[in-house]
Design a protein around this ligand. Structure first.
Ligand code: FAD
Length: 409
């Protein structure tokens, strides 16, 4: 048996590990936080393009790709958006909400969020082991021994409980490389293959390559043959290798789940204003208004020229002279442009990773392993993916906070 005392180890100082450490320390437990980077919250710093999109009013279970909807419901019921906002206020982070429900720090700076957590850790008496990479976890049934590397030297320390908040495999340059998954397997957990999620899509754009650099709002549907896998709406960016932006990133976990299968994307460039488009078209159909001007009311000039050329309609053609079949072809293409998806960009380019430990192996109220008492798994270590918009940080903070609370009891 190890000499564990009542100590709690938290592995990883990302969103989930920071929340876990604070909650455990606030509830009276001695906490040691291990982080392989020299500083805490490195990934938090880059979230929301440096602004940190911290949560979302829409954060409810059905928004997440999670094998067990009720598991997610239970977790968010115990620590939801309001609980997170209260915790943030407690450590000195105020927030502002966009009209569509996305929350950011009032400062608009992720750095201030990391600073606030860092100060709170210090005040709560959390012992931080920076530049300390945990290499292994051993269990005696009554406690845990952690083996870690600090400044090229190996060291060991015993704990009563361990919270694994080491993330997944997304953006490995910021510290999460999935190195503890084999350790968790050895401790009795199942490992679902890790795969990129919230990643840009590789798409055979063909002539749409001409739109490189264009950014617009659209509806996007992913098809496997005749089966509709998923649909999203949101911002879309045409690139050299395919498509980027929330609208396609939110579909990427479906793409990485079907490797080598024939997948097709359908883009609806009129999705956000179909009724307005139909109205204006019917008002102007019999007038001399140039086709280019009609489309220009809704779409960027590059897109207008591309689609008129594709429908073989001269840009300056007055609408009353445009042949009905050509007009129908134009509208059809604007609402349903199809291209083949060839894959997703790799872990280096994705915001989160899917796969990892199945949620069913962890209690949603405490995040304690159902396989090994005293072991807690949180954040991206588990197989949960939320869409863009603050959902992933909400889940990481929620799971971390609940584990910290439970472990301190
Ligand atoms: C570019 C980018 C932008 C994003 N923007 C947003 C956004 O605006 N809103 C949103 O909700 N989500 C966003 N996300 C996703 C969000 O950052 C993640 O969902 C979240 O950070 C996951 O938290 P985590 O604690 O599970 O893992 P991580 O944040 O990855 O933290 C894990 C930590 O563990 C450490 N670690 C790993 N292994 C070990 C080890 N063996 N020993 C010691 N330490 C270890 C790592 O160094 C890391 O610091 C973004 C992600 C990226 C990459």
């Amino acid at each position: 048996m190890y000499n564990a005392g009542m100590k709690i180890a938290v592995i990883g100082a990302g969103a989930s590990g920071l929340a876990a450490s604070l909650q455990a320390a606030w509830h009276g437990a001695p906490v040691t936080l291990f982080e392989s980077n020299a500083v805490v919250g490195r990934k938090l710093l880059v979230t929301g393009s440096g602004r940190c999109n911290i949560t979302n009013d829409g954060a409810s279970a059905e928004k997440y790709a999670c094998a067990d909807r009720q598991w997610m419901e239970a977790l968010l019921r115990c620590f939801g958006v309001q609980d997170l906002l209260a915790m943030l206020q407690e450590i000195g982070v105020l927030v502002v909400k966009t009209p569509d429900g996305w929350y950011y720090p009032l400062s608009n700076s992720a750095q201030t969020v990391v600073d606030a957590f860092q100060a709170a850790l210090l005040l709560a008496g959390v012992s931080l082991r920076a530049s300390s990479r945990v290499a292994s976890i051993f269990s005696s049934g009554r406690g845990f021994r952690l083996r870690y590397i600090h400044e090229n030297a190996e060291a060991e320390e015993d704990f009563e409980k361990v919270i694994v908040a080491a993330g997944g495999k997304a953006y490995p340059a910021l510290g999460s490389r999935g190195e503890l998954f084999p350790v968790l397997e050895r401790l009795g957990h199942t490992l679902l293959p890790k795969r990129p999620a919230l990643a840009p899509l590789l798409v055979d754009l063909q002539d749409l390559k001409a739109l490189q650099g264009v950014r617009l709002d659209a509806g996007v549907t992913l098809w496997r043959g005749k089966e509709r896998l998923a649909s999203t709406v949101g911002n879309l960016i045409f690139t050299q290798w395919g498509l980027n932006g929330p609208a396609v990133m939110d579909l990427s976990h479906h793409v990485s789940a079907h490797p080598g299968q024939p997948l097709t994307l359908s883009l609806n460039l009129l999705k956000f204003f179909e009724a307005e488009f139909d109205d204006l078209l019917s008002q102007k159909r019999e007038t001399l208004l140039p086709a280019r001007v009609l489309l220009g009311a809704f779409l960027p000039p590059k897109v207008v020229s591309f689609y008129l050329r594709a429908a073989r309609i001269p840009e300056d053609a007055p609408l009353k002279q445009v042949d009905q079949a050509a007009l129908a072809r134009l509208v059809r293409q604007l609402k349903d442009t199809r291209r083949t998806v060839t894959g997703v960009r790799g872990f280096e380019y994705c915001q989160v990773s899917a796969g990892g430990i199945p949620v069913t192996e962890v209690n949603p109220l405490t995040l304690e392993s159902r396989r090994l008492k005293g072991l807690y798994l949180v954040g991206e270590t588990l197989d949960v993916v939320g869409p863009c918009g603050g959902y992933n940080l909400q889940y990481a903070f929620s799971s971390g906070a609940l584990a910290g609370l439970a472990a301190a009891k």
